[in-house]
Design a protein around this ligand. Structure first.
Ligand code: NAP
Length: 338
């Protein structure tokens, strides 16, 4: 019999790569989706040994399905959380499923006797709310939720991680809990239903982002993020740990330049123009998306991933490769014309 791992949100970008890595390494995986209606298509996309992959219906906002999915699992990765393209009017649309879903997964894990629980948090829980200037972040930092310009997504990830840590301290018993806190995840996509993070590359590549505002992100590869989850799931003694998963911080302008350098003529629609801050401020009067980046203008957030490298021997590939592989896969899927 093989060892069994739980992964929430099998339809997701990171979860898909994690499930495939777990199964390549011989694990049986019990995983959740909101609805089993798309099970056949999902199995086809994942292309893993069907006999070792078990799917269960469970929503972050309801109790049904979590206990059944978690039964018999030795380790658990709670990856699912809403990552929307737009900005919801009501922040609770993200906060409630993110926080309550994490608590549902934790309770089910404790009941099932899971030994190690890895939660996919985000640098959103670490590195926001500092405003303009150059900032350096480690796992000791937390996002300042009381500052202006904190988006509902950033709120949801910060509140969910804090709630999970509080619950583990009070009620977690012997279950080892840690978080992985990735920055913006790029790399190859495996279906047209890709994560919102990849939209950055898509919009640059198809030319719909016509100029770059002065914002940026740490970039990390989806394969490296899955690999860090694997290491955290299989390494004992990490209770309470937090691991930043990030490569280099890049301004949007640098991501655009990397696309042109890596893809040549296929990146002919990638903009060479920049938007001045004043124009973003005017756009923010009408556009929720422009409003969402206002708090980030002029902010450089270096996120130090040396802890994961030192403790878990984690390595990252060059960010240019992740950007180029995202772009090439979008072209191969026909999402963006070559
Ligand atoms: P994704 O592809 O959008 O995956 C999100 C997953 O969450 C999907 O499986 C989605 O299911 C599921 N989900 C959302 N709301 C749900 C609900 N109410 N009930 C059940 N499942 C629900 O995004 P991803 O990039 O893989 O993100 C996975 C995790 O990594 C999230 O926790 C995210 O916050 C974190 N993260 C991502 C990035 C990034 O840049 N991508 C960076 C840092 C952290 P459906 O397919 O049914 O919607």
């Amino acid at each position: 019999m093989t060892d069994t791992a739980f992964v929430s949100g099998a339809s997701g970008y990171i979860a898909g790569f994690l499930i495939r890595q777990l199964m390549t390494e011989g694990w049986t995986v019990r995983t959740t989706v909101r609805s089993l209606a798309g099970e056949a298509a999902l199995r086809q996309r994942l292309a893993v040994d069907d006999r070792r992959l078990h799917l269960f219906a469970a929503d972050l906002t309801a109790d049904a399905g979590w206990a059944e999915a978690m039964a018999g699992c030795r380790v658990a990765a709670h990856v699912a959380s809403p990552l929307p393209v737009g900005v919801p009017k009501n922040a609770n649309e993200l906060i409630v499923p993110a926080r309550d879903g994490a608590l549902r997964a934790l309770r089910a894990a404790r009941t099932a006797g899971v030994q190690r629980f890895v939660m996919t948090s985000s640098v959103a829980a670490i590195a926001y709310g500092r405003g303009r200037g150059v900032h350096h972040f480690t796992e000791a930092d937390w996002t300042l939720l009381d500052r202006p310009g904190i988006t509902p997504y950033v709120q949801s990830k910060t509140i969910a991680e804090r709630a999970a840590r509080d619950w583990v301290e009070r009620e977690g018993g012997n279950m080892e809990f840690c978080t992985i806190n990735p920055s913006v995840v790029l790399g190859p996509v495996w279906s047209r239903d890709y994560s919102a993070s990849v939209l950055i590359v898509q919009k640059l590549l198809d030319g719909s982002l016509r100029a770059c505002p002065d914002i940026g992100f740490g970039v990390v590869d989806v394969r490296d993020v899955a690999d860090l989850h694997m290491r955290a799931l299989t390494t004992p003694g990490l209770a309470g740990e937090r691991f930043i998963a990030s490569g280099r911080f890049m301004k949007l302008r640098e991501i655009a330049d990397a696309l042109r350098a890596e893809l040549g003529p296929q990146a002919s629609r990638v903009t060479t123009r920049d938007v001045p801050d004043w124009a973003v401020r005017i756009a923010a009067l009408f556009s929720p998306l422009a409003r969402a980046v206002l708090g980030e203008l002029g902010s450089v957030r270096h996120q130090d991933a040396s802890h994961a490298k030192a403790v878990l021997g984690w390595q990252t590939r060059p960010v240019e490769q992740s950007i180029a592989d995202a772009a090439r896969s979008l072209i191969a899927l026909g999402v963006v014309a070559a």
